[in-house]
Ligand binder design. Sequence first.
Ligand SMILES: [Fe+2]
Length: 313
Amino acid sequence: MTPSILELGYLGFEVSDRERWKRFASEVIGADVADGPCSTTRLKIDDAPARFILSYGPANDLSYAGWRVESASDVDAFSKHLKVHGVSHHWASDDDLEIRGVLRALQFRDPEGNWHEVYAAQPKASSPLQSKLVSSGFVTGNGGAGHVVFEADDYPRMIEFANKILGVKLSDNIYLQPAPGVKIEVSFFHANERHHSIAVAPRAPVPGPKKRIHHFMVEVGQVADVGRARDRCLSFGLPVVMDIGQHPNDQMISFYAHTPSGFLVEVGWGGVKVDEESWKAQAFDRVSNWGHRPFGALPGEGGGVPAAAVEVA
Ligand SMILES: [Fe+2]
């Protein structure tokens, strides 16, 4: 039997501006920032060794997504699962294990070339993180680090990857029609009580360099900490791309801002929790119940979510 993925445990980013990212992580997100092995930087938001890991290079994009399973033997069983499905993979090096602070991990690519890792965790640190800026703390626990939204050139193959390889479960879909005859489907998948740990959207035809991900999300414990994070983004000089609003599917009240690497971060509060026994996947026809307007939009300019700036939950 294929072992279940329990959570999105960590994300690795390759970033070019070390100092700005470190300041962004500590002064905007409110993470604890520490030097990691092999010249990396660890961002802690709870008692895990690192929820976000920075390495340094020109990519300014996601390097890898880490998916936790229960035990080292489950990692071995996942290797068999990958073999059955013809997914080539290899074991993480000792350096990679040390960088992530994990016991055992295997690494493989999805159809878009994004790296994923299935790992077994080290025992957690003894003292939970107390963020100096986020008084309510970050919502992780059974829901894992947060969520990540991939942009896909071949959307059906990525959906198949989520279903068959990762084995995450469909939470719901959002169907959009940004222009006559143009239809977009976004799919959201859960691995635990968090509404989605991963979502997949067709790549939007926007100017600028292609990014592997649209955004990642961290959840805070009080809605006031969403507002405070928004203030900190503006004070830091980072563009708020989509202002505060609420998604219809995960009910998250959130805003989106540019990270120093160009992809987005979503800071949210109040996401619904999935009860696997009773959950029924639904279909939605909008991205937001309210808000999520382009920052600074005047009344009438940003009603709902404009098709040209579709954000995905
Ligand atoms: Fe999101």
